[in-house]
Design a protein around this ligand. Structure first.
Ligand SMILES: [Mg+2]
Length: 395
């Protein structure tokens, strides 16, 4: 079998990424969305979504490359190759783009293509992806509703109540207005905790840089100090949060290790990290209780399975970051199915019309607050090609 095309499918929508002032649902990236489609000469096709700067990513995959290794486009490297040699192709993409890539957009593209190749490998073997990744230890996992902070305690209470009504046993609020006003921050968290009750899980993602930049919050670009980080963890622990997520500069490994060692609340992070060379020191130096590789950014499934092994050796949990379409959630569920311990799957309840339409809401919450691992081949969820074609930026 040979790869015949690697196509960046750039979609355009009409919504913007935003929190809302009320309890109404927030939206994820509804303006641009990039999908990758890998096609083979035997009719097998892999699809993946990727969260990145989509128009630039499309050029890295299929734009004008150079002839020398290190400066090639990813499509140029892959067409004609055997798609089943997934790990070899990962190395080829890494080296072939090394002078302009290694991290950032190039690594996001490598990640998405890697997921497509794993999907093709699963289809060729006629086995669910999780069976190729290891022992299948479960067929469902508790989902947490993943959304943005609302602006007021009333809005938080309404939103949390809405997720309880839908059957979730866990909710994560992130970013939005959090960080602008430390007093209001705790009022928002208190309102969520009260609406969820003592038995449901509340997770908090404060953001690692300020997005609101309104007074009296920190000025643009200002990170929290060590004292502020510790104070945040202590205050959030009073609300029995399941974890505090990704709230320190991702390059500051020493700060993560110090804060985790002194925090009464568990620490989660890792969605910004890519390659085993970044995850290894982060895990070995004790930065987190929960490592969160994003399969569309970390280097794909090929890297995520190695991160899972590191996490197991370090005796910490792994919960993939998956705040995108049901494709990413599908791939993540297959990895989660193989983990020795599974805490949650991140379930994006804030999908815009654009990201929701790509799989048409393929994954559903079960009545027990879990989501089932989709045990068909590939990502386990099908894309809606009619929807995709109607939203192509180049149509
Ligand atoms: Mg996060």
């Amino acid at each position: 079998m040979r790869i015949t095309s690697v196509e960046p499918v750039l979609l355009r929508g009409e919504q913007t990424y935003q929190s809302t002032p009320s309890g109404d649902e927030a939206t994820d990236n509804g303006d641009w969305q990039l999908l990758i489609k890998v096609t083979t000469d035997e009719g097998l096709t892999g699809w993946s979504d990727v969260e990145t700067l989509a128009p630039a990513a499309a050029a890295i995959i299929a734009g004008q490359g150079m002839s020398v290794m290190g400066f090639r486009t990813l499509r140029d490297l892959l067409v004609g190759q055997d798609p089943l040699q997934v790990e070899k192709l990962w190395d080829l993409m890494y080296v072939g783009s090394a002078y302009y890539g290694r991290r950032g957009i190039a690594m996001h593209c490598i990640s998405a293509i890697d997921n497509c190749l794993w999907s093709i490998r699963s289809q060729a073997a006629d086995q669910p992806l999780c069976q190729l990744l290891g022992a299948v230890r479960r067929d469902r996992v508790m989902a947490y509703a993943s959304t943005l902070f609302r602006d007021t305690p009333e809005g938080m209470a309404r939103a949390a109540g809405m997720y309880v009504e839908k059957g979730f046993h866990a909710v994560k609020f992130g970013w939005g207005v959090f960080g602008e006003d430390p007093v209001r921050d705790m009022e928002l968290v208190a309102a969520a905790r009260e609406a969820l009750g003592p038995d449901r899980h509340l997770l908090v993602d404060p953001g690692w840089y300020p997005v609101g930049w309104k007074n009296p919050g920190p000025p643009p670009g200002r990170m929290r100090s060590r004292r502020e980080n510790l104070e945040l963890c202590h205050r959030l622990a009073e609300y029995d949060v399941g974890w505090v997520e990704d709230f320190i500069h991702p390059e500051n490994v020493d700060e993560y290790a110090y804060v985790r060692a002194n925090s009464p609340a568990p620490i989660a992070a890792g969605e910004q990290l890519a390659t085993v060379w970044e995850f290894q020191p982060f895990i070995e130096r004790g930065c987190v209780d929960v490592i969160q590789p994003d399969l569309s950014r970390c280097g794909g499934i090929t890297v995520a399975v190695q991160v899972a092994q590191m996490a197991e050796r370090a005796n910490i949990d792994l919960v993939p970051h998956s705040w995108l379409t049901d494709l990413l959630t599908g791939y993540s569920l297959h990895l989660i199915a193989t983990l020795p311990r599974a805490r949650f799957v991140e379930f994006n309840v804030s999908q815009s019309k654009l990201t929701h339409g790509i799989c048409g809401g393929a994954l559903k919450l079960n009545s027990d607050g879990t989501v089932s691992v989709p045990m068909s081949v590939g990502a386990g969820v099908a894309v809606d090609e009619e929807f995709i074609n109607s939203h192509r930026a180049d149509k």
